[in-house]
Design a protein around this ligand. Structure first.
Ligand code: ATP
Length: 335
């Protein structure tokens, strides 16, 4: 018999304009650097958590098939955390669907764990405020802390170690009155990445001689970014985001062995972005742990930018996003 307690939540991925890369505490998922992102209005993840009778095993369905290995383990470890916080022991059946390709550097872990945090907390009867939800989502994936909030969000790396770090590392909204750019996403390859973000971060932090200097320059990028956002200055926001992302990829290229997510098609799209700028368009690129490119531009230029990047990489698909909503409960749990 399946108990009827359950909850369904939706969350959207976010794209960092100031990147999160590297953990200073792997168990608690505490980043080395603060990050700042835009939550998208596309690619929602919808997750249902239903409690099942004691004695059964947890089940995890991801995109309609039973998850296994590390993907399953990450969800179960997250459920264990929710159960511990709630003082409950019932197992759960999780059904989650991404509308973005999973593990392709399109932030499926961000929308995935934000949705799981909201649905899981509700299913187990945990009443958490947005900050606590963000902290909880962080334990699944640090980028998920930001997807709790819509539009622009900053995620703090926190201070101290252990419980102090856990308490002080969470995301919160960055109120930005009038900044509503387009983000043109060029999907040059939607397949799963060769090295997971987790493994790549670990290798970068452990072996890249460039990591520390990037982390330091990222602090300056963040304060410049906050000022640029407040001015609604797309050119400055784009320039800072682009240099921050390229710097992050430089840290990976210097890791031993190198982690290289950028492909020839990525570089072709980056060239087309430079050409757009020479042609007078404000267009700036950012890339995550994968070959896909996200181009920030004015909404009025989005069609032209989409056309150009589409022409630059044969066979790439292009979709345009803008700022979107925070995570929310769709169907609540009857406790
Ligand atoms: P990015 O590097 O831009 O964050 P990503 O999120 O696609 O891209 P990873 O950080 O490697 O890539 O995370 C992908 C992993 O996140 C998947 O392999 C899976 O373990 C987990 N994941 C993705 N979607 C979900 C989901 N809906 N529910 C639970 N876990 C998910």
């Amino acid at each position: 018999k399946v108990l009827d307690r359950g909850a369904t939540a939706v969350a959207h991925p976010n794209i960092a304009l100031i990147k999160y890369w590297g953990k200073r505490d792997e168990r608690l998922v505490i980043p080395y650097v603060d990050s700042l992102s835009m939550t998208l209005n596309i690619f929602p993840t919808v997750t249902t958590v239903r409690l099942v009778p004691e004695g059964q095993a947890d089940t995890v369905m991801l995109d309609g098939t039973s998850a296994s290995g590390e993907q399953r383990q990450r969800v179960i470890a997250f459920l264990d955390l929710v159960r511990e916080m709630a003082g409950r022991t019932e197992p759960a059946a999780v059904d989650t669907r991404n509308s973005v390709p999973t593990a392709a550097g399109l932030a499926s872990s961000a929308s995935g764990f934000a949705a799981l945090a909201v649905a899981g907390a509700a299913a187990y009867g945990l009443a958490l405020d947005p900050t606590a939800l963000s902290r909880l989502a962080r334990r699944g994936s640090a980028s998920a802390a930001r997807s709790i909030f819509g539009a622009f969000a900053i995620c703090y790396a926190g201070r101290g170690v252990g419980a102090a770090a856990d308490l002080s590392s969470y995301a919160e909204p960055v109120p930005v009155a009038k900044f509503d750019p387009a983000l043109v996403i060029a999907m040059v390859n939607a397949g799963p990445k060769p090295v997971s973000s987790r493994a790549a971060m670990r290798r970068t932090v452990g072996t890249s001689p460039l990591y520390r200097s990037w982390a330091l320059s990222s602090k300056a990028d963040l304060s410049d970014m906050q000022a640029a956002l407040q001015r609604g200055d797309l050119e400055a926001v784009g320039e800072i985001a682009e240099r921050n992302a390229l710097g992050m990829h430089a840290t990976m290229l210097a890791a031993r062995p190198a982690v290289r997510y950028l492909s020839p098609a990525t570089v072709a799209v980056l060239d087309s972005v430079l050409q757009l700028r020479r042609d007078g368009f404000a267009a700036y690129a950012t890339m995550d742990a994968g070959p896909n490119v996200k181009v920030l531009c004015h909404q009025a230029d989005a069609a032209r930018v989409a056309d150009t990047v589409h022409g630059a990489a044969a066979g790439c698909s292009v979709v345009t996003a803008r700022r979107g909503p925070g995570a929310r409960l769709l169907i609540g749990a009857e406790q």
